[in-house]
Design a protein around this ligand. Structure first.
Ligand code: TXA
Ligand code: MG
Length: 354
């Protein structure tokens, strides 16, 4: 299959997306930018489209997709209309007023309209209303309900640039819409509203503190920052070794000086053995390292810059063939928790404290 490439920036006229919308309605697949990461879209109400998404990504079919909408009212068609779901919908309305459109996904009981192919066999559905203008226009042209996982091959880091989508999915999907670099760089926060208190299944830009201000108590799935609970993560996708570069990544935690000294000792030793090394550093520390490839993720005072560049750096390591990589550790405040969640997964929870 030939993958068509079009460019549509957020500020551009959206006429160019009509063709993309037609592809979705006809059961085809279109990759598009959102404020978090690029998504691989298909018609969420068409089981064949969902099957195609799993095939293109090489994704296990028990890992459910997020349904993207472009107006709050559209959730009523895809959420079950029961006594039980009414209270959950009231919470959804409150969260929508505070955070939609934006990087938040809510889990609710699904209606008959949503095929089990889209929800990986579950009776719940994940719903998100993205803030990216190109995404919103595409969803509207595509019929209002677009299933979209991140547009990467399963197991690879999520794409923050259209070029990353092309690396993974060229020839496997109908179209890629290039909208430039995404704003946030890591996937949306997922909150499960079917349990009481509501529970965060995946951390993201919208933090527990922000959600608690709107809903009162909000829990976090214990598996998010530790692999020692012995429990399976509640979001099926979080159980897979995700976001992983090909080489082995180790997170090194401690003071700036000790971290740099440890990493330099390791990378000097590895180089002597002929092993290609890489480091994820920051503006403040990038000149301290001796590794073959030193990548600057952003500034330590701006965790959002680290979020935005993290996945691209993991991809660059693969491209440059680094075999052993080290990363500094980051603060858990704000979006830092989401950054550390992705970094810990990329490292297979391999952390050294110095
Ligand atoms: O920011 C995002 O959310 C991006 C963009 C494209 O919107 N999408 C994204 O989708 O990250 P994906 O498929 O890569 O991740 C969806 C996660 C998976 O971990 C999946 O298991 C979980 O959401 N999920 C989806 N539906 C669920 C459900 N009904 N119950 C629990 N977890 C669910
Ligand atoms: Mg994904």
């Amino acid at each position: 299959m030939e993958t068509k490439w079009i460019t549509c920036m957020e500020e551009d006229d959206k006429e160019c997306l009509k063709e993309a919308g037609e592809i979705l309605k006809a059961g085809g697949l279109v990759a598009f930018p959102t404020e978090t990461v690029y998504g691989l879209g298909g018609d969420a109400l068409n089981p064949d489209s969902s099957r195609k998404i799993y095939a293109a990504k090489g994704r296990p079919s028990d890992n459910p997709l997020i349904v993207h909408i472009c107006r709050f009212e559209d959730i009523y068609r895809i959420v079950a209309d029961t006594e039980e779901s009414r209270k959950m919908l009231a919470n959804a309305r409150k969260l929508s007023d505070a955070f939609w459109p934006g990087p938040l996904t809510m889990i609710l009981p699904k209606s008959e309209e949503v095929p089990l192919e889209t929800t990986g066999g579950l009776n719940t559905v994940a719903i998100r209303f993205p803030s990216h203008k190109t995404a919103q226009a595409l969803i509207a042209y595509g019929g209002g309900y677009v299933a979209a996982p991140s547009a990467n091959t399963s197991g690879r880091p999520s794409p923050s640039l259209a070029r990353h989508v092309q690396e993974d999915l060229n020839g496997k999907i109908d179209m890629i819409i290039d909208g430039g670099e995404v704003e946030i760089g890591i996937e949306s926060t997922i909150v499960d509203l079917t349990v009481e208190p509501p529970q965060i299944l995946r951390p993201g830009y919208v933090t527990q503190e922000m959600l608690s201000k709107v809903l009162g108590t909000v829990d976090t799935d214990v598996t998010i920052l530790s692999d020692k609970s012995g429990q399976a993560p509640k979001a099926p996708g979080m159980k897979y070794r995700h976001y992983a570069p090909k080489g082995q990544l180790t997170i090194v935690a401690g003071t700036k000086e000790k971290v740099a000294a440890y990493i330099n000792e390791e990378t000097d030793r590895l180089r002597a053995e002929g092993v290609k090394t890489g480091v994820i550093a920051t503006e403040e520390t990038k000149n301290l390292y001796h590794a073959d490839v030193v990548k600057c993720a952003g500034s330590r005072t701006d965790e959002l810059s680290v979020a935005k560049h993290l996945y691209g750096i993991l991809r660059d390591f693969d491209e440059e063939g680094t075999e052993k990589m080290f990363s500094e550790s980051f603060d858990y405040a704000g979006i830092g928790q989401a950054v550390m969640n992705r970094l810990l997964k990329a490292a297979g929870h391999h952390v050294v404290q110095v």
